[in-house]
Design a binder for this molecule. Sequence first.
Ligand code: IMP
Length: 175
Amino acid sequence: MPAFEVLIDRARILRRIGELARAIRARHADPSELCVVAVMDGARVFCRQLVPMLDPALPVHEIRAKSYVGTQSSGNVTISGGETLRVADREVLIVEDIVDTGRTVARLREQFLAQGARGVQVVTLLSKPSRREVAVDLAFVGFEIEDRFVIGFGMDYEGRYRELPEVVVYDPARV
Ligand code: IMP
């Protein structure tokens, strides 16, 4: 097996993001009311495509979460950057690149609800259901994938490969 293997090509990703935007608009008649929170850095590329299809004027709030070291989840999620974010009485839409154990979105949802958010929904480009350790409700999922480590379209291996235009399975042992 090669070190890099395209899993989802760019045309399919972009088509699916269009469908996700339509599904979000069907559920939220006025998307401009949403408080959009992108989990950085991984969700930046996804968000850049998705948000203009909801409402080009919609602000995107950035929050940082880190749980992966290399190709492994550390089990600990570190969250930073949301100190000035005001979510009280707002519908929050968390934008994630990939949901794996579920810990990151579970932690964020808990935090936003504790801060008085009216509701918290998650849109994620990818989900690895077989890896789930914490039950999470994902309102909008682009693609469910098997337990493979992926890079590209915003996702990284130790800070690299985020700019690859498609979702690629990566095995660092084969490079
Ligand atoms: P969770 O908290 O275990 O659900 O982890 C979610 C985060 O882990 C994502 O936002 C990514 O940053 C990272 N992650 C999980 N799987 C992968 C992967 O296959 N490639 C790159 N990053 C990943």
